[in-house]
Design a protein around this ligand. Structure first.
Ligand SMILES: O=P(O)(O)OC[C@H]1O[C@H](O[C@H]2O[C@H](CO)[C@@H](O)[C@H](O)[C@H]2O)[C@H](O)[C@@H](O)[C@@H]1O
Length: 297
């Protein structure tokens, strides 16, 4: 696999994007939520998508040749409440997936949800005296938010979180980092990229996948779509598995709006057969297939 390089500005890549769309008959548009559809805000509960992103997504959902997926680190029910028009949803960084009318949960994550809950409770006690810290319980994962924590205290929060998770979960849980967050979840090789691969596996082979995201956990999803598809990193110009970048959720909206108009017109054919309904999937629960390398406990 080539080393990650800084993504190129999307605006300067439109010739290649047009060409890629012309060689496909269908389009899969996968979108992260925080920092991509919705600007980052101090209070996680206040995050809402830009209106232009919602409008562009609605247009894409209505296109027979387009499938859409929201792929978020939030709990699935949470992100579905915030974005109500998409064909598929992945929550908890891909550990839960709603598609084709059913809900799948990673079996190992399900077994370790109790440990995540215990960690959440223990973290609330251990970090109680830290000003600004917020701990979110998302059942399959938990998030320690440090955005409102004074800079000088963040290293302490990182150390205490690692110690608590090690004590409660040992090798069964892991801590990873995101934007001003520590994510606590099962120590298994499964992420957003696996969810994107499952969603894409339902679609015809000549579907071009697009993934737009802004954070560390989006990197596995960029790897899942590149190089045949289009990975777009939002913000900054750090090295990434995404080949293209935009600066902000507002630029995401401009791209999605273009995709829903001129972009879909470039697709080589639209043979139908893609689910485009906007209803949430029924609450049927089945397990995701075991990922390669999962411990399967
Ligand atoms: O994969 P995403 O949809 O981007 O979710 C990742 C995390 O997003 C949320 O936290 C982030 O957004 C908050 C609101 O803007 C911000 O305050 C926080 O600092 C960001 O890290 C969400 O609260 C987490 O549960 C998600 O894991």
């Amino acid at each position: 696999m080539p080393a990650d390089t800084p993504p190129r500005r999307l605006q300067e890549e439109m010739v290649q994007i047009r060409s890629a769309l012309s060689s496909a008959s269908k389009l899969l548009v996968c979108l992260d939520f925080d920092g991509t559809l919705a600007p980052i805000v101090d209070e996680p509960a206040d995050a809402i998508p830009l209106e232009r992103n919602e409008e562009a997504l609605e247009t894409l959902v209505a296109e027979p040749a387009v499938s859409t997926a929201i792929v978020s680190g939030r709990a699935l029910v949470d992100v579905r409440d915030r974005v109500d028009a998409s064909d598929a949803y992945a929550g908890n960084h891909g550990l839960e997936l709603a598609r084709n009318g059913s809900l799948s949960i990673h079996p190992v994550a399900e077994k370790r949800a109790a440990l995540v809950g215990e960690s959440h409770s223990a973290l609330e006690v251990a970090l109680d005296s830290v000003p600004g810290v917020r701990i979110e319980n998302k059942r399959l994962t938990a998030t320690v938010h440090t955005r409102a924590v004074p800079d000088a205290l963040r290293p302490l929060v990182h150390r205490q979180t690692a110690a608590v998770v090690d004590r409660v979960g040992g090798p069964e849980l892991a801590v990873s980092r995101g934007k001003r967050v520590l994510e606590v979840g099962p120590a298994i090789p499964w992420g957003k990229g696996n969810a994107v691969e499952l969603i894409a596996s339902d679609l015809p082979a000549d579907t071009i996948p697009v993934y737009v995201g802004d954070d560390v956990t989006d990197e596995s999803a960029f790897r899942a779509v590149e190089p045949a598809g289009i990975g777009i990193r939002v913000g900054g110009d750090d090295p990434s598995a995404a080949s293209r970048r935009v600066r902000s959720p507002a630029e995401v909206a401009s791209f999605l709006t273009w995709l829903g108009s001129a972009g879909v017109d470039l697709l080589g054919g639209s043979s139908g057969g893609t689910e485009t309904g906007t209803n949430p999937p029924a609450a049927k629960t089945v397990e995701l297939p075991n990922p390669p390398g999962a411990t399967g406990d």
